[in-house]
Design a protein around this ligand. Sequence first.
Ligand code: GEK
Length: 264
Amino acid sequence: TKPLSWPTYLAPNIMPDHTNDKLYTTDSLYANPLQQVDAFAFDEAVVNVFPDMIKRSVPGYATIINMIGNLAERYAQPDSFCYDLGCSLGAATLAMRHRIQAANCSIVGVDNSAAMIARCQQVIAADSAEIDVALHCADLCEFPINNASVAVLNFTLQFIALQKRAAILRKIHDGLKPNGVLILSEKLAFDDEQHQALMIELHHNFKRANGYSDLEIAQKRSAIENVLIPETLAVHRQRLKDAGFSSVDVWFQCFNFASIIAIK
Ligand code: GEK
Protein backbone atom coordinates (compact mmCIF):
# COMPACT_ATOMS: atom_id res chain seq x y z
CA THR A 1 0.00 0.00 0.00
CA LYS A 2 1.26 3.45 -0.84
CA PRO A 3 0.63 6.54 1.27
CA LEU A 4 -2.09 8.81 -0.02
CA SER A 5 -2.00 12.52 0.30
CA TRP A 6 -4.55 14.22 2.50
CA PRO A 7 -8.04 13.29 1.28
CA THR A 8 -8.98 16.70 -0.03
CA TYR A 9 -12.33 15.36 -1.21
CA LEU A 10 -13.30 15.43 2.48
CA ALA A 11 -13.70 19.14 1.94
CA PRO A 12 -11.98 20.25 -1.26
CA ASN A 13 -9.44 23.07 -1.09
CA ILE A 14 -9.62 23.21 2.68
CA MET A 15 -6.89 20.99 4.02
CA PRO A 16 -3.22 22.00 3.85
CA ASP A 17 -1.24 19.45 1.81
CA HIS A 18 1.34 18.72 4.49
CA THR A 19 -1.18 17.68 7.14
CA ASN A 20 -1.22 14.00 8.07
CA ASP A 21 0.29 13.09 4.72
CA LYS A 22 1.40 9.61 5.69
CA LEU A 23 -1.63 8.61 7.73
CA TYR A 24 -3.80 7.21 5.00
CA THR A 25 -3.23 4.23 2.75
CA THR A 26 -5.17 2.59 -0.06
CA ASP A 27 -7.78 0.11 1.07
CA SER A 28 -6.46 -3.43 0.69
CA LEU A 29 -8.09 -4.88 3.83
CA TYR A 30 -9.82 -7.63 1.85
CA ALA A 31 -7.28 -8.07 -0.96
CA ASN A 32 -5.92 -11.42 0.25
CA PRO A 33 -7.99 -14.55 0.94
CA LEU A 34 -9.00 -14.65 4.61
CA GLN A 35 -9.48 -17.92 6.54
CA GLN A 36 -12.42 -16.34 8.23
CA VAL A 37 -14.05 -12.99 7.42
CA ASP A 38 -14.82 -11.21 10.70
CA ALA A 39 -17.72 -8.80 11.07
CA PHE A 40 -16.78 -5.32 9.86
CA ALA A 41 -15.79 -2.88 12.63
CA PHE A 42 -14.70 0.77 12.60
CA ASP A 43 -11.28 0.12 14.14
CA GLU A 44 -7.81 1.61 13.62
CA ALA A 45 -7.18 -0.48 10.49
CA VAL A 46 -10.36 0.88 8.91
CA VAL A 47 -9.55 4.46 9.97
CA ASN A 48 -6.26 4.29 8.05
CA VAL A 49 -7.96 3.36 4.79
CA PHE A 50 -11.32 5.06 5.39
CA PRO A 51 -11.06 8.03 2.98
CA ASP A 52 -9.97 5.71 0.18
CA MET A 53 -12.52 3.03 1.11
CA ILE A 54 -15.56 5.28 1.20
CA LYS A 55 -14.65 7.17 -1.97
CA ARG A 56 -14.19 3.91 -3.94
CA SER A 57 -17.25 2.22 -2.40
CA VAL A 58 -20.02 4.84 -2.25
CA PRO A 59 -21.07 6.30 -5.60
CA GLY A 60 -21.61 10.03 -5.23
CA TYR A 61 -19.91 10.31 -1.83
CA ALA A 62 -17.86 13.43 -2.70
CA THR A 63 -20.92 15.11 -4.23
CA ILE A 64 -23.03 14.34 -1.17
CA ILE A 65 -20.36 15.75 1.17
CA ASN A 66 -20.13 18.94 -0.85
CA MET A 67 -23.89 19.33 -1.01
CA ILE A 68 -24.19 18.82 2.76
CA GLY A 69 -22.15 22.01 3.00
CA ASN A 70 -24.54 23.66 0.58
CA LEU A 71 -27.63 22.47 2.50
CA ALA A 72 -26.12 23.50 5.84
CA GLU A 73 -25.49 26.99 4.51
CA ARG A 74 -29.16 27.15 3.49
CA TYR A 75 -30.64 25.73 6.69
CA ALA A 76 -28.29 26.57 9.58
CA GLN A 77 -29.98 29.02 11.93
CA PRO A 78 -28.33 31.55 14.25
CA ASP A 79 -27.71 30.37 17.84
CA SER A 80 -28.22 26.70 17.02
CA PHE A 81 -26.31 23.43 16.73
CA CYS A 82 -25.57 21.40 13.59
CA TYR A 83 -25.09 17.71 14.37
CA ASP A 84 -22.92 15.28 12.41
CA LEU A 85 -24.08 11.89 13.71
CA GLY A 86 -21.66 9.07 12.91
CA CYS A 87 -19.12 11.69 11.85
CA SER A 88 -16.21 9.28 11.14
CA LEU A 89 -13.30 11.52 10.07
CA GLY A 90 -15.45 14.63 9.94
CA ALA A 91 -16.04 15.05 6.21
CA ALA A 92 -19.58 16.42 6.63
CA THR A 93 -18.46 18.46 9.64
CA LEU A 94 -15.77 20.15 7.55
CA ALA A 95 -18.13 20.74 4.64
CA MET A 96 -20.61 22.43 7.01
CA ARG A 97 -17.91 24.31 8.89
CA HIS A 98 -16.75 26.01 5.72
CA ARG A 99 -20.19 26.95 4.44
CA ILE A 100 -22.31 27.98 7.43
CA GLN A 101 -22.86 31.74 7.63
CA ALA A 102 -25.40 31.88 10.48
CA ALA A 103 -24.14 33.67 13.58
CA ASN A 104 -23.26 31.76 16.73
CA CYS A 105 -23.81 28.37 15.18
CA SER A 106 -21.62 25.44 16.24
CA ILE A 107 -21.14 21.85 15.14
CA VAL A 108 -21.44 18.73 17.27
CA GLY A 109 -19.84 15.55 15.90
CA VAL A 110 -20.67 12.16 17.40
CA ASP A 111 -19.18 8.74 16.68
CA ASN A 112 -18.96 5.64 18.87
CA SER A 113 -15.64 4.51 17.36
CA ALA A 114 -12.76 5.77 19.54
CA ALA A 115 -10.36 5.32 16.61
CA MET A 116 -12.55 7.48 14.34
CA ILE A 117 -13.01 10.24 16.93
CA ALA A 118 -9.26 10.36 17.72
CA ARG A 119 -8.43 10.84 14.04
CA CYS A 120 -11.32 13.26 13.57
CA GLN A 121 -9.85 15.43 16.36
CA GLN A 122 -6.66 15.72 14.28
CA VAL A 123 -8.63 16.59 11.16
CA ILE A 124 -10.51 19.36 12.93
CA ALA A 125 -7.38 20.65 14.69
CA ALA A 126 -5.64 20.97 11.31
CA ASP A 127 -8.54 22.94 9.85
CA SER A 128 -8.60 26.68 10.37
CA ALA A 129 -12.27 27.55 9.91
CA GLU A 130 -13.75 29.48 12.81
CA ILE A 131 -16.97 27.69 13.69
CA ASP A 132 -16.68 25.71 16.94
CA VAL A 133 -16.68 21.92 16.65
CA ALA A 134 -17.27 19.67 19.67
CA LEU A 135 -16.55 15.98 19.12
CA HIS A 136 -17.97 13.21 21.30
CA CYS A 137 -17.14 9.51 21.39
CA ALA A 138 -20.65 8.29 22.15
CA ASP A 139 -23.47 6.07 20.97
CA LEU A 140 -25.82 8.32 19.05
CA CYS A 141 -28.74 6.26 20.36
CA GLU A 142 -28.03 7.78 23.79
CA PHE A 143 -26.84 11.20 22.67
CA PRO A 144 -29.12 14.20 23.37
CA ILE A 145 -30.12 16.43 20.43
CA ASN A 146 -31.18 19.95 21.35
CA ASN A 147 -31.62 23.32 19.69
CA ALA A 148 -30.63 21.89 16.30
CA SER A 149 -31.10 23.49 12.91
CA VAL A 150 -29.29 20.80 10.88
CA ALA A 151 -28.75 17.12 11.63
CA VAL A 152 -26.72 14.83 9.38
CA LEU A 153 -26.88 11.05 9.34
CA ASN A 154 -24.55 10.42 6.39
CA PHE A 155 -24.50 6.62 5.93
CA THR A 156 -24.81 6.02 9.66
CA LEU A 157 -28.40 4.91 10.38
CA GLN A 158 -27.76 1.80 8.27
CA PHE A 159 -25.37 0.55 11.00
CA ILE A 160 -27.90 0.95 13.83
CA ALA A 161 -30.10 -1.97 14.93
CA LEU A 162 -33.43 -1.87 13.07
CA GLN A 163 -35.51 -1.64 16.24
CA LYS A 164 -33.62 1.48 17.40
CA ARG A 165 -33.99 3.51 14.21
CA ALA A 166 -37.46 4.99 14.81
CA ALA A 167 -36.53 6.34 18.25
CA ILE A 168 -33.42 8.06 16.85
CA LEU A 169 -35.40 9.80 14.13
CA ARG A 170 -38.03 10.91 16.65
CA LYS A 171 -35.32 12.26 18.95
CA ILE A 172 -33.74 14.17 16.05
CA HIS A 173 -37.12 15.55 14.98
CA ASP A 174 -37.91 16.66 18.51
CA GLY A 175 -34.47 18.27 18.93
CA LEU A 176 -34.78 20.29 15.71
CA LYS A 177 -36.02 23.87 15.67
CA PRO A 178 -38.93 24.75 13.38
CA ASN A 179 -37.73 24.52 9.75
CA GLY A 180 -34.75 22.47 10.89
CA VAL A 181 -33.59 19.67 8.57
CA LEU A 182 -32.28 16.15 8.75
CA ILE A 183 -30.06 14.97 5.90
CA LEU A 184 -30.26 11.18 5.83
CA SER A 185 -28.00 9.27 3.43
CA GLU A 186 -28.37 5.50 3.21
CA LYS A 187 -27.61 2.44 1.15
CA LEU A 188 -31.00 1.25 -0.11
CA ALA A 189 -32.74 -2.06 -0.60
CA PHE A 190 -35.49 -2.54 -3.22
CA ASP A 191 -38.67 -4.63 -3.09
CA ASP A 192 -38.44 -5.50 -6.77
CA GLU A 193 -36.03 -8.43 -6.97
CA GLN A 194 -34.92 -7.65 -10.50
CA HIS A 195 -34.16 -4.04 -9.65
CA GLN A 196 -32.39 -5.08 -6.43
CA ALA A 197 -30.14 -7.44 -8.40
CA LEU A 198 -29.44 -4.77 -11.02
CA MET A 199 -28.49 -2.13 -8.42
CA ILE A 200 -26.13 -4.56 -6.69
CA GLU A 201 -24.56 -5.50 -10.01
CA LEU A 202 -24.08 -1.86 -11.01
CA HIS A 203 -22.64 -1.03 -7.58
CA HIS A 204 -20.18 -3.91 -7.86
CA ASN A 205 -19.22 -2.71 -11.34
CA PHE A 206 -18.56 0.72 -9.82
CA LYS A 207 -16.29 -0.88 -7.19
CA ARG A 208 -14.50 -2.97 -9.82
CA ALA A 209 -13.92 0.13 -11.94
CA ASN A 210 -12.39 1.71 -8.82
CA GLY A 211 -9.86 -1.09 -8.56
CA TYR A 212 -11.47 -3.58 -6.19
CA SER A 213 -11.08 -7.23 -7.20
CA ASP A 214 -13.92 -9.78 -7.15
CA LEU A 215 -12.30 -11.31 -4.04
CA GLU A 216 -12.23 -7.96 -2.24
CA ILE A 217 -15.84 -7.26 -3.19
CA ALA A 218 -16.98 -10.72 -2.01
CA GLN A 219 -15.06 -10.67 1.30
CA LYS A 220 -16.18 -7.10 2.11
CA ARG A 221 -19.73 -8.13 1.31
CA SER A 222 -19.65 -10.97 3.83
CA ALA A 223 -17.93 -8.79 6.47
CA ILE A 224 -20.63 -6.14 6.19
CA GLU A 225 -23.62 -8.45 5.66
CA ASN A 226 -25.04 -8.40 9.18
CA VAL A 227 -23.55 -5.02 10.12
CA LEU A 228 -25.02 -2.75 7.45
CA ILE A 229 -28.77 -3.37 7.08
CA PRO A 230 -30.27 -1.42 4.16
CA GLU A 231 -33.99 -0.66 3.95
CA THR A 232 -36.27 0.49 1.16
CA LEU A 233 -36.99 4.11 0.39
CA ALA A 234 -40.63 3.49 1.29
CA VAL A 235 -39.64 2.34 4.80
CA HIS A 236 -37.40 5.39 5.27
CA ARG A 237 -40.10 7.78 4.05
CA GLN A 238 -42.79 6.32 6.28
CA ARG A 239 -40.58 6.28 9.38
CA LEU A 240 -39.53 9.91 8.82
CA LYS A 241 -43.18 10.92 8.39
CA ASP A 242 -44.08 8.95 11.53
CA ALA A 243 -41.30 10.78 13.40
CA GLY A 244 -43.11 14.03 12.56
CA PHE A 245 -41.19 15.44 9.58
CA SER A 246 -43.55 17.44 7.36
CA SER A 247 -41.56 17.18 4.12
CA VAL A 248 -39.53 14.13 3.14
CA ASP A 249 -37.86 13.75 -0.25
CA VAL A 250 -34.84 12.36 -2.04
CA TRP A 251 -32.38 14.98 -3.25
CA PHE A 252 -29.65 12.59 -4.48
CA GLN A 253 -29.54 9.02 -5.70
CA CYS A 254 -27.03 6.88 -7.57
CA PHE A 255 -27.90 3.19 -7.83
CA ASN A 256 -28.56 1.87 -4.30
CA PHE A 257 -27.19 4.96 -2.51
CA ALA A 258 -29.51 7.86 -1.74
CA SER A 259 -29.77 10.95 0.38
CA ILE A 260 -33.03 12.29 1.77
CA ILE A 261 -33.85 15.73 3.08
CA ALA A 262 -36.47 15.71 5.84
CA ILE A 263 -37.79 19.10 7.00
CA LYS A 264 -39.47 19.63 10.35
C1 GEK B 1 -18.99 10.60 6.47
N1 GEK B 1 -20.73 10.23 8.13
O1 GEK B 1 -17.79 10.48 6.08
N2 GEK B 1 -23.24 5.77 17.44
C2 GEK B 1 -22.34 6.62 16.89
N3 GEK B 1 -21.68 6.34 15.73
C3 GEK B 1 -21.93 5.16 15.14
C4 GEK B 1 -22.86 4.25 15.66
C5 GEK B 1 -23.53 4.59 16.86
N4 GEK B 1 -24.43 3.77 17.42
N5 GEK B 1 -22.90 3.16 14.84
C6 GEK B 1 -22.02 3.40 13.83
N6 GEK B 1 -21.43 4.61 14.02
C7 GEK B 1 -19.44 9.76 7.64
C8 GEK B 1 -19.47 8.31 7.23
S1 GEK B 1 -19.51 5.77 8.27
C9 GEK B 1 -20.26 5.09 6.88
C10 GEK B 1 -20.15 7.44 8.23
C11 GEK B 1 -19.57 3.96 6.27
C12 GEK B 1 -20.42 5.25 13.18
C13 GEK B 1 -19.23 4.36 12.80
O2 GEK B 1 -18.27 4.31 13.84
C14 GEK B 1 -18.73 5.04 11.54
O3 GEK B 1 -17.71 5.97 11.81
C15 GEK B 1 -19.97 5.73 10.98
O4 GEK B 1 -21.00 5.57 11.94
C16 GEK B 1 -20.44 5.17 9.65
O5 GEK B 1 -19.79 11.38 5.94
O6 GEK B 1 -18.45 3.59 6.68
O7 GEK B 1 -20.16 3.37 5.28
